[in-house]
Design a protein around this ligand. Structure first.
Ligand code: WT7
Length: 633
C-alpha cells in the first residue's frame, strides 16, 4: 500500500485526516513497516515538560526495514551510486543486496570490537559509501551514531566526543575535496588526545595518506572486515531507543546533541521523502548535502533507502574540476530528482551561464532547495536554467530538530510560488504567534513559527541535558514547539520563511550560533571582547561579521585580524571563519551591560539610515566610531 499523495485534492483530504485523527493517520502508515512487536499506543506527549513518544513499546530494527522488508523486491536494484571527487576515477554502483551484505559485515565488526546497544559511535568521514555503511551498521547493532561533518576541527570533534561519551570513532585516512587532499585521521588523533572515552578507531583507506595507527586502538577497515561473514541478526530495539545524535548550533553556548529515536524517524523520513519528491521506482535521486548534516541523514540515507530508491552520493564539490560538475553528474546518471542548497545555486549562478549551457538536464523531473531561504532571483535562475522551466521546485523548510521536511510543496502537486515553502506536510500543524504569544489567524500575517502538535520525527531531547531541550524549544511559548524562525502567511495562505529570529546565523546553509563564534574569537590572547552578527552575503546568504575589542599595543591590526580568523578556523572549522573582522574601541551596550546587536547588525548590513534610538545606550558615542571604522572593512 502506498501513501504517496497524487493530487492537490488528495493532499487536502490527507492533511485533514492527519489533523482530525493523527494517531490513526500515522499508525496506518506505520503498519506498512516491519515490526518485531506492534505498539501498545501510538502517541504519548507533553510539550510543557517535553516528553514525546511514538509507537510505544513497539520493537524493530530500522535496517530490517531497509533490507529484509524490501530485499525480495529491490535486491538487485542499485541502492547507492557513488560519484568520486575526481571525475576520472571509477564510480561505484552498489545494489541493495551488496549494501545489505556490507552492512552485515560491518555490523559484525562493530560487535567484535565491543560495540553494543546504546553505545555512541562517532562517524567522521568523507562522502564515501563506507560512511553510509557505518551509519547503517550502527543502526543494525543498536549503537547510536553521531556523524560529525569532516570539515570540523579537532577541538569541535573532541567536544562532540566528550558530550556524548563516545566509545568509537569511524574515520578515514584522508579526504579528497576538489583540489584538496585533506587529512582526516590526524584530526581524529588530535581530538582523541582531549577525550577519555574512545576505545577503538576504525580507519577506512581512501587517499593513502600516511597515518599513525595506534596499536590496539586503531584498525584498518579493510582488515577488520576481511574475515567477517555477511550474516548478521539485527538487534531488536525499542521504537524510542536512540537512532542518532546530531550536533547543531543554538543561540547560546556549545552545540547541542539533537536526539532522534528509531520508530518515528523511520516513518517520517520515508513518508516525507516519497511525498515531497514524488519518487518513482526507477528514478535516480540525488541530494548534494553532506552526511554530516541532517539533510544527508534523512534524504541521502534513511528516507531514500527505506523507500528502495537509488540514491546518489557525491564525494566532491560543485566547482571541481569546473563549475559544470553538478550538471555533468545529472546528465551522466540521468538524475530525476535533484536536491541542493540555495548557496550552491547562487555560487554556480555567479560562475556564469556558460557552465550550464552545454548540458541537457532533460532527465530532471523535480528540483529541490533546502537549508536557508531561497531568494527570488536564485529561485528563478534555478527554475529556468536547471529545471528548464518545467520541473516543480520544492523549497523544503525543516530543521535538524524536526528530523524531516515540514513545510514544502509536494512536487508537481502543490502549485509553485517562488521563495515560498508553501504548505505543511500532512501531520504538521504550524501556528504563527506574535511576540506576546497571541496566535495570528488568517492570511497576510507575519510572526514567529511554532508547531502545536507532535510529529513522528521530532526531537526527543538534547543529549545529556533535557533541561536545555525544554528551554530552547518549549519555553518561549507555552505548549508549543518554537522553531526560531520567522514566517509570513501570504494572501493565499502560503507560508514564506523569513529566517531566524534568534542569534543563530545561516552561513551557506550551515547553522552557526553567534555565541559559539564569539567564544572561539575570545580564545585569542589579545581579544578582550567580541560581538558577532550575520549580514547579507550574495553567495552565502549570510556572512559572519565580528566586532572585536583588542589589546593592540604595537601589534599590526592586519595580522591580528588574520590571527583571529585563524583562531576560529582552528577551534570550530573553516565554515565558521568570520568574513569580516572589525577591531573596535568598544561595543554599544545598554545600561544593564547588554550588547545592542540590533545596531551592530544594521552597521554590518550597511543600513545605517535608521539606527533607532541610541540615546539610552551606556556609550552612545561608540556607534559613530564603529560606523566610521566599518566603512574600511
Ligand atoms: C534552519 C535549520 C533542514 C536541513 C538543513 C538545515 C533554515 C532550512 C529552509 C528553507 C528557509 C530554511 C531555517 C531553519 N532553513 N530550510 N527551505 N527556507 N529557511 O538544517 O542546520 O538544522 O537549520 O535552516 O532557519 O531553522 P539546520
Amino acid at each position: 500500500m502506498s501513501f504517496k499523495i497524487s493530487s492537490l485534492s488528495e493532499y487536502f483530504v490527507e492533511y485533514q485526516k492527519s489533523i482530525d485523527q493523527p494517531e490513526k493517520f500515522w499508525s496506518d502508515i506505520a503498519e506498512t513497516f516491519k515490526w518485531k512487536k506492534p505498539w501498545d499506543k501510538v502517541l504519548s506527549w507533553n510539550f510543557n515538560d517535553p516528553d514525546l513518544k511514538w509507537f510505544l513499546n513497539a520493537k524493530l530494527n530500522i535496517t530490517e526495514n531497509i533490507f529484509e522488508r524490501n530485499i525480495e523486491k529491490f535486491g538487485s536494484k542499485t541502492a547507492i551510486i557513488w560519484e568520486p571527487n575526481d571525475p576520472n576515477e571509477k564510480p561505484l554502483q552498489i545494489t541493495y543486496n551488496e549494501l545489505f551484505q556490507k552492512t552485515c559485515q560491518f555490523s559484525n565488526v562493530l560487535q567484535d570490537q565491543g560495540i553494543s546497544k546504546g553505545d555512541r559511535v562517532i562517524i567522521y568521514m568523507p562522502m564515501i559509501p563506507e560512511a553510509a555503511i557505518a551509519m547503517l551498521a550502527c543502526a543494525r547493532v543498536g549503537a547510536v551514531h553521531s556523524v560529525v561533518f569532516a570539515g570540523f576541527s579537532s577541538s569541535a570533534l573532541a567536544d562532540r566526543i566528550n558530550d556524548c561519551q563516545a566509545k568509537m570513532v569511524i574515520t578515514s585516512d584522508g579526504n579528497f575535496r576538489g583540489k584538496k587532499n585533506i587529512e582526516v585521521k590526524a584530526v581524529v588523533d588530535r581530538a582523541i588526545e582531549k577525550t577519555k572515552t574512545i576505545e577503538k578507531v576504525i580507519v577506512c583507506k581512501r587517499t593513502k595518506a600516511k597515518v599513525n595507527m595506534k596499536s590496539g586502538r586503531d584498525f584498518w577497515w579493510h582488515e577488520v572486515v576481511k574475515n567477517q561473514t555477511s550474516d548478521h541478526k539485527a538487534t531488536i530495539l525499542d521504537s524510542e531507543d536512540l537512532l542518532f545524535i546530531l550536533y547543531t548550533s543554538g543561540s547560546t553556548g556549545k552545540p547541542k546533541g539533537v536526539v532522534h529515536t528509531i520508530g518515528g524517524y523511520m516513518i517520517y523520513s520515508q513518508y516525507s521523502f516519497q511525498n515531497v519528491f514524488q519518487y518513482e521506482n526507477d528514478d535516480i535521486y540525488w541530494c548534494t548535502a553532506d552526511i554530516g548534516w541532517i539533510t544527508g541523514h534523512s534524504y541521502i540515507i534513511y528516507g531514500p533507502l527505506l523507500s528502495g530508491a537509488t540514491t546518489l552520493m557525491f564525494e566532491g564539490v560543485p566547482t571541481y574540476p569546473n563549475p559544470g560538475r553538478f550538471w555533468d553528474i545529472i546528465d551522466k546518471y540521468k538524475v530525476n530528482q535533484f536536491y541542493t542548497a540555495p548557496t550552491a545555486i547562487r555560487a554556480l549562478q555567479a560562475h556564469g551561464i556558460e557552465h550550464i549551457q552545454p548540458y541537457k538536464l532533460d532527465s530532471l523531473k523535480v528540483i529541490g532547495s533546502v537549508g536557508e531561504p531561497i531568494n527570488e532571483e536564485a529561485w528563478h535562475w534555478y527554475h529556468d536554467n536547471v529545471g528548464k522551466g518545467k520541473c516543480p521546485l520544492v523549497d523544503t523548510w525543516w530543521q535538524t530538530e524536526t528530523g524531516g521536511i515540514m513545510i514544502s510543496p509536494l512536487a508537481g502537486i502543490t502549485p509553485n510560488k517562488p521563495a515560498h515553502a508553501s504548505l505543511p506536510l500532512p501531520g504538521i500543524q504550524p501556528i504563527i504567534l506574535d511576540t506576546n504569544g497571541n496566535e495570528l489567524i488568517g492570511n497576510n500575517v507575519e510572526g514567529n513559527l511554532c508547531i502545536k502538535f507532535p510529529w513522528p520525527s521530532m526531537i526527543r531531547t538534547t543529549y545529556g541535558d533535557h533541561k536545555r531541550c525544554k528551554e530552547t524549544y518549549f519555553s518561549t511559548y507555552q505548549g508549543m514547539y518554537f522553531t526560531g524562525d520567522g514566517v509570513k502567511r501570504d494572501h493565499d495562505g502560503y507560508l514564506r520563511i523569513l529566517g531566524r529570529v534568534d542569534d543563530v546565523m545561516n552561513v551557506s546553509g550551515h547553522r552557526m550560533g553567534t555565541a559559539e563564534v564569539e567564544n572561539a574569537i575570545n580564545e585569542h590572547p589579545k581579544v578582550i571582547e567580541s560581538a558577532v552578527v550575520g549580514y547579507p552575503h550574495e553567495i552565502k546568504g549570510q556572512g559572519i561579521y565580528a566586532y572585536v575589542i583588542c589589546d593592540i599595543d604595537n601589534y599590526s591590526e592586519a595580522n591580528l585580524i588574520d590571527e583571529i580568523k585563524e583562531t576560529v578556523r582552528n577551534i570550530i572549522g573553516p565554515i565558521a571563519k568570520p568574513d569580516k573582522v572589525q577591531i573596535v574601541p568598544g561595543l554599544p551596550k545598554t545600561r544593564s551591560g547588554k550588547i545592542m546587536r540590533r545596531i551592530l547588525r544594521k552597521i554590518a548590513s550597511k543600513d545605517i539610515s535608521n539606527l533607532g534610538d541610541i540615546s539610552t545606550l551606556l556609550n552612545p558615542d561608540i556607534v559613530e566610531k564603529i560606523i566610521i571604522g566599518s566603512s574600511k572593512i
